[in-house]
Design a protein around this ligand. Structure first.
Ligand code: SAM
Length: 233
């Protein structure tokens, strides 16, 4: 993928990308790749692959909802994906980037200040942050952080009733959905839609899973992380 095809693929998906936003996405890539040499924050280092698997892939999360003025969190953001791409393409959202690794969030906070982006970076473990920030967010995203049955327990307390968790998944999403049915029921969550996507160059499969919180999360969740891992719902 190159910058011209990125822009046309986004527009074909109904995702607006102005020339200024394209410049900002390319700057994000450049900075991430430069920082990577010091910090090892992403495994994808080829530019064409980066545009497809980091930038385009992240942007797919914008297709379904209007995020203007909404509180959005990217849980386990790593080097800022999908969160930074979502924000550059829609700076009207109120975005929190959360990761347990301080060097990643410090880098993102520095980058956002240098670009005057109004983004909040938080160093925390999701399970701790979720207990202190109940029902704060309209939308949550997570890409490549944990299996779906574990993620929903960590993330559901953060969502307002009616809020939506958008899980960005690769191959095996159907199995993860099956494996999460008990967790979804116990947490008052419902899968309201899924989108199967094929990346344009590599033809890799992606699935976006849209999960709505219908009622408040029972207060006993999330449990201690060790218990979630040992005995997932
Ligand atoms: N979402 C990014 C992406 O798709 O490129 C990063 C994915 S990386 C494989 C997983 C990230 O989740 C890491 O940066 C890790 O520090 C973070 N993470 C894992 N468990 C976490 C937890 N319990 N709380 C906060 N962050 C966590």
């Amino acid at each position: 993928m190159n910058k011209e095809s990125l822009k046309s693929y986004l527009i074909a998906k109904g995702i607006n990308c102005s020339d200024e936003q394209l410049v900002d996405l390319l700057d994000l890539m450049k900075t991430t790749l430069e920082t990577n040499e010091k910090f090892n924050i992403t495994a994808i280092t080829d530019e064409s692959e980066f545009l497809e698997k980091m930038i385009y892939d992240s942007a797919l999360g914008l297709q379904k909802f209007d995020f203007n003025g909404k509180r959005v969190i990217d849980v386990g953001t790593g080097a800022g994906f999908p969160g930074m791409v979502l924000y550059i393409l829609n700076p009207e959202m109120h975005l929190t980037l959360l990761d347990s690794t301080a060097k990643k969030i410090n880098h993102l906070n520095d980058y956002c200040s240098s670009k005057n982006y109004k983004v909040e970076g938080v160093v925390a473990r999701i399970e701790d942050y979720a207990k202190k920030n109940i029902e704060k967010y309209d939308f949550a995203f997570a890409r490549a952080v944990a299996s779906l049955n574990i993620l929903v327990e960590l993330i559901s307390p953060l969502l307002k009733a009616g809020g939506v968790f958008i899980a960005l998944k690769g191959k095996g999403a159907d199995e993860e959905i099956k494996g999460a049915s008990n967790a979804l029921r116990k947490l008052n969550l419902e899968i309201i839609d899924t989108d199967n996507e094929t990346l344009p160059d590599s033809k890799e499969q992606r699935t976006l899973i849209y999960i709505r919180k219908n009622r408040p999360t029972p207060r006993k969740y999330p449990r201690e992380y060790s218990l979630i891992k040992k005995l997932p719902l």
